[in-house]
Design a protein around this ligand. Structure first.
Ligand code: FES
Ligand code: FE2
Length: 415
């Protein structure tokens, strides 16, 4: 359980909020590259951390992410003309380049050249630097002097043939998503419904250890034979998860605003391209991906239709939830907690040990940020890690055994 104040601190992401300012110290996914596929193509709307923005690719292929509001009289730049190295507002023709400089002010023909130059020098539109990695456009919205290198996230470095990525909107706060992603207990209920079957077999241990990239969440099962079976999932600052699965997988909970989240889901193979069969498994909407309404980021199974829950399947036990797909099940249950879960109303149990530790670590990181202390994940190489499963003798230090297994030195070159 958290105090209302702590809950606010962890969940609010707008400008000037503690978590919002912390997240602005990291690269944030804004869109898939294919959404702005060609130079001078139509711009797209992007909402990130509560800010309304417009993304475009200029004539030279450079990417711009600017305020949706034109600084002249606040018209939407989304309707702008993307032409000749800039985005032109269609209300009175002001034009801006990808760095936010005003490069043309054609609505005052009577002004002298000097007056025009002065106006051009002063009129800027808010803009954020962007880059492309792993067929995703990433934005940096923090103080320019703190801009970190782009992290060595493995899934962004493999060739496109070795990656399958989708995204969908969750109508809830980002932290509900992240907590769901690191909640070890729900797997046997929400996703599998096999808790009864496994009840007598094992004792479960939870470890959450801070690292230079974020933290490691280990779930250990002790079948009583001397070895602990560890399942390791990684949280990379500020909202990435690397999932221990085959194929390898990752999530990114990028906050749209306080009450909406863009969840990116990625399957990837470090070694080889996906076979057709493997790709079919990813695309069928049965795994972490959702099937979306074509041309949108909305899942077909959504809150508006109760996720097409099938009560007959739920009753017969054919499906524990009656909802199809892991991604839909997570989305349904996380959205059901409300737009921002009220963590002061919870009754936490022993099975929530990992969640409690994660919240403490996030609160500590907020405090460190406020105190000007070094933040995890500022070094690109610290992201060279992989989730895994392994066995280790009971009594061995979790930290030591985990550390030697999650680090990956050989990554593909960035492209
Ligand atoms: S409002 Fe954009 S040019 Fe006037
Ligand atoms: Fe889940």
């Amino acid at each position: 359980m958290l105090s209302p104040k702590e809950n606010e601190m962890l969940t609010r992401v707008g400008p000037g909020t503690p978590m919002g300012e912390l997240m602005r110290r990291y690269w944030i996914p804004a869109a898939f590259s294919h959404q702005i596929a060609a130079p001078d193509c139509p711009p797209v709307r992007v909402r990130l951390l509560g800010e309304n923005l417009v993304l475009f690719r200029d004539t030279g292929g450079r990417i711009g992410l600017v305020d949706e509001r034109c600084p002249h009289r606040t018209a939407s730049m989304f309707y702008g003309r993307n032409e000749d190295h800039g985005l032109r507002c269609v209300y009175h023709g002001l034009k801006f380049d990808v760095d936010g400089n005003c490069v043309d002010v054609p609505c005052i023909p009577q002004a002298s050249e000097v007056q025009k130059r002065n106006i051009l020098a002063q009129l800027k539109i808010k803009s954020y630097p962007c880059l492309e990695r792993g067929d995703v456009v990433w934005a940096y919205m923090g103080p320019p002097e703190h801009k970190p290198e782009f992290p060595d996230l493995e899934w962004t470095r493999v060739p496109a043939s070795q990656r399958y990525a989708t995204r969908h909107i969750q109508e809830c706060n980002w932290l509900q998503g992240l907590e769901g992603g690191f909640d070890p207990t729900h797997l046997s209920f929400l996703h599998r419904g096999d808790a009864e079957k496994n009840r007598s077999i094992v004792v479960t241990l939870y470890e959450v250890v801070p690292t230079d990239f974020g933290f490691v969440v280990g779930t250990g099962r002790d079948p009583g034979k001397g070895d602990i079976l560890w399942n390791i999932n990684l949280m990379l600052m500020p909202f990435h998860k690397i999932i221990s699965s085959v194929p390898h997988a990752a999530h990114v909970w990028a906050p749209i605003d306080d009450e909406n989240t863009m969840l990116y889901s990625i399957d990837f193979s470090p070694e080889r391209p996906f076979t057709e069969a493997a790709l079919a498994r990813s695309t069928e909407g049965r795994g972490i991906h959702t099937e979306n309404i074509p041309g949108t980021d909305r899942a077909i199974r959504n809150k508006g239709n109760d996720y097409l829950i099938d009560r007959a399947q739920q009753a017969s036990g054919a499906s524990y939830t009656g909802m199809k797909g892991l991604g839909v099940q997570d989305c349904a249950i996380q959205e059901s907690m409300g737009p921002i879960a009220d963590r002061s109303a919870e009754h936490l149990l022993a099975c929530d040990a990992a969640i409690i530790k994660i919240r403490r670590l996030l609160l500590q990181t907020l405090k460190d940020h406020a105190d000007g202390k070094p933040l995890p994940g500022m070094r690109a190489e610290s992201y060279r890690v992989r989730s895994t499963r392994y066995e280790a003798p009971r009594g061995a230090s979790f930290e030591a055994t985990m550390n030697e297994r999650v680090r990956v030195d050989a990554l593909m070159p960035a492209k």
